[in-house]
Ligand binder design. Structure first.
Ligand code: ABN
Length: 173
């Protein structure tokens, strides 16, 4: 009967199409996918200095090369203390940005709040060490005036960003 022949033909065609070739194609896709996975851009800043300390413990006031140092509560950049400078001075061959981002951080050593200016150091390629992204009270990029993911070297003679300092501007009375 024609209907039997029709379905037999369709079934054979489907079996040919979804046979070994499609299994191999699926396997190939899985293999390529798993090879690409390790090179995808993951945020690895959690592995930066100080990440081993518990966040619940709050900020600390001893180690200037760790992201949880109290002055770094709203920082976004590589710590100059890990790049040949200090938390308040630029490494040799770089100069402080003319514009900056400010944050208010709580110092656990004296229980007071300080206004901190995050000036980038400009004039050399990125340092790449001690990347910290604490960004307390920062807002998303579409709210430009309150966003910190910005190269503050933008108005210097050299706009090359190297690292970020954290300079106390004042204490809250
Ligand atoms: N303020 C640090 C920085 C520099 C370049 C791009 C993003 C953030």
């Amino acid at each position: 009967m024609w209907i039997d022949r029709f379905f037999e033909h369709q079934t054979r065609r489907a079996a040919q199409r979804t046979g070994r070739r499609s299994v191999l194609a699926t396997l190939g896709k899985v293999m390529v996918g798993t090879m690409a996975l390790p090179v995808l851009p993951f945020d690895r800043s959690a592995h930066a200095a100080g990440a081993h300390r518990s966040k619940a413990a709050g900020p600390q006031a001893q180690d200037e090369t760790a992201c949880d140092y109290w002055k770094y509560c709203a920082v976004d950049g590589f710590l100059c203390a890990c790049c040949g400078g200090t938390s308040t001075s630029c490494p040799p061959g770089t100069e402080p940005s003319r514009v900056s981002w400010v944050g208010t951080c709580h110092n656990p050593a004296d229980g007071r709040s300080y206004m901190v200016s995050y000036n980038d150091c400009c004039g050399k390629t990125t340092c790449g060490r001690c990347e910290c992204n604490t960004n307390e009270r920062e807002r998303p990029g579409y709210r430009l005036g309150v966003h910190n993911d910005v190269n503050w070297c933008m108005s210097n003679d050299s706009t090359m960003f190297h690292c970020t300092t954290s300079i106390i501007l004042g204490v809250q009375e």
